[in-house]
Design a protein around this ligand. Structure first.
Ligand SMILES: [Zn+2]
Length: 74
């Protein structure tokens, strides 16, 4: 007998993981990566966070900034 966790009713939230944001998520990203960037405050405790397009843009912008600094430092 197998117990399966079907993540439909419990886990699936149609809300962005950024706190205070209630848009519907577009992307799911490993939580660690988002925490590292630190541009967004997250709610929930899953291993993945779901970001709407707005918050994803913020996240992406911050990672890009990181990269630019890295390449400038050469
Ligand atoms: Zn959002």
């Amino acid at each position: 007998m197998k117990h399966r966790n079907i993540s439909l009713s419990n886990e699936e939230k149609d809300v962005c993981s950024s706190s205070g944001c209630s848009n519907s998520p577009k992307r799911s990203i490993p939580r660690k990566r988002v925490e590292k960037v630190g541009a967004l405050s997250l709610q929930g405790s899953g291993r993945k966070v779901h970001l709407c397009s707005n918050c994803y843009r913020i996240f992406k912008k911050e990672t890009k900034k990181d990269r630019t600094m890295e390449s400038l430092g050469r």
